[in-house]
Write a protein that binds this ligand. Structure first.
Ligand SMILES: [Zn+2]
Length: 312
């Protein structure tokens, strides 16, 4: 890198309720990390505050900001965001620059995480990769020959909105039975709740004593050996593995990296994903694809955003 050793790049992940920022060195190492609560109405001042606190690292050359929405990087505009509608406005990019005095790059959150894993995480030595983010929503991104491939519409890789159950429930996108309707964190918890209501043997599960558990609680109980929770995680893995098999057959990329909060369930979830993908994909394609968990954890989006800004 040509950047001097004392200059840094910042990456900020913005969700509906929080911001996570990192300052990274030119080689992608995190030197400062900040988390803050966030109100969508205060976007500009919240971003400015987090940039100020990331300056503790040194001079910030530029900032990558990752948002839950469809971003056109040519025009620096967010085109659609169901999670954060307030960012869909023409002057966002220029206002961010005005509020902080630094250069900004806007990117979709899954694209940013994919880029982070590709550059400094679980995709480091791969030529091409597909990244799947499984958290409150299910997103995806494709990197081919070192570049994000976003397709004609700009939203290629939206694996969360591929149909997994033609008779399933309606997704936020309008379609019926998307992968997201069974595999996102809130939907895993919903499926578990419905099943606990239906099945009397499930009431032996420790989860049955509370109604407001999350996917993280379910993963925790599964790790502690709760049969019901293990079964729910395995079934979720089968759904995700089915989608992964489709990706393998279509693209035959060298690596598939799975990240996001739901993947914190670890091998309990990763193993059934790999097993199902193997069962449902064309054997030679499956054999040449490595399916792994992300390495950057909760920092993936922010690190990737910083590296996209570095490389822009
Ligand atoms: Zn959908």
């Amino acid at each position: 890198m040509s950047a001097p050793a004392n200059s840094f790049f910042a990456g900020i992940e913005v969700t509906q309720t929080s911001m996570r920022g990192v300052a990274v060195s030119a080689d992608g190492e995190v030197v400062v990390r900040r988390e803050a609560a966030h109100q969508p109405d205060n976007l500009l001042s919240d971003v400015a505050n987090i940039v100020t606190s990331l300056r503790e690292a040194g001079e910030i050359k530029c900032v990558g900001i990752a948002l839950p929405g469809l971003v056109n990087r040519e025009t620096d505009r967010v085109l659609v965001s169901t999670g954060l509608p307030s960012v869909v406005r023409a002057d966002l990019h220029s206002e961010l620059i005005k509020a902080t005095g630094v250069k900004f790059e806007l990117e979709n959150d899954a694209n940013a995480a994919a880029y982070g894993e590709y550059k400094v995480g679980a995709g480091r030595d791969a030529k091409d990769l597909f990244y799947i983010h499984i958290g409150d929503a299910v997103g995806g991104a494709i990197i081919i020959d070192g570049k994000l491939w976003t397709g004609a519409s700009g939203c290629a890789g939206e694996v969360g909105h591929t149909t997994i159950n033609t008779e399933g429930i309606q997704c936020e996108c309008g379609n019926i039975g998307c992968l997201e309707t069974v595999a996102s964190g809130p939907n895993i918890a919903r499926r578990a709740r419905e099943r606990l209501d239906r099945d009397s043997t499930s009431s032996l599960s420790r989860l049955a004593i509370t109604d407001d558990f999350t996917a993280a609680d379910l993963a925790h109980e599964a790790t502690n050996g709760d049969d019901f929770s293990i079964m729910m995680i395995e079934r979720t893995g089968k759904y995700i593995g089915t989608a992964v098999a489709g990706i393998i057959n279509l693209l035959s990329l060298e690596r598939i990296v799975l990240g996001g909060a739901v993947m914190e369930a670890g091998d309990l979830l990763l193993n059934p994903i790999i097993q199902e993908a193997g069962k449902r994909s064309f054997h030679p394609c499956f054999e040449s694809t490595k399916i792994v968990s992300g390495k950057l954890g909760a920092d993936a989006v922010a690190i990737g955003a910083a590296l996209l800004a570095r490389d822009a």
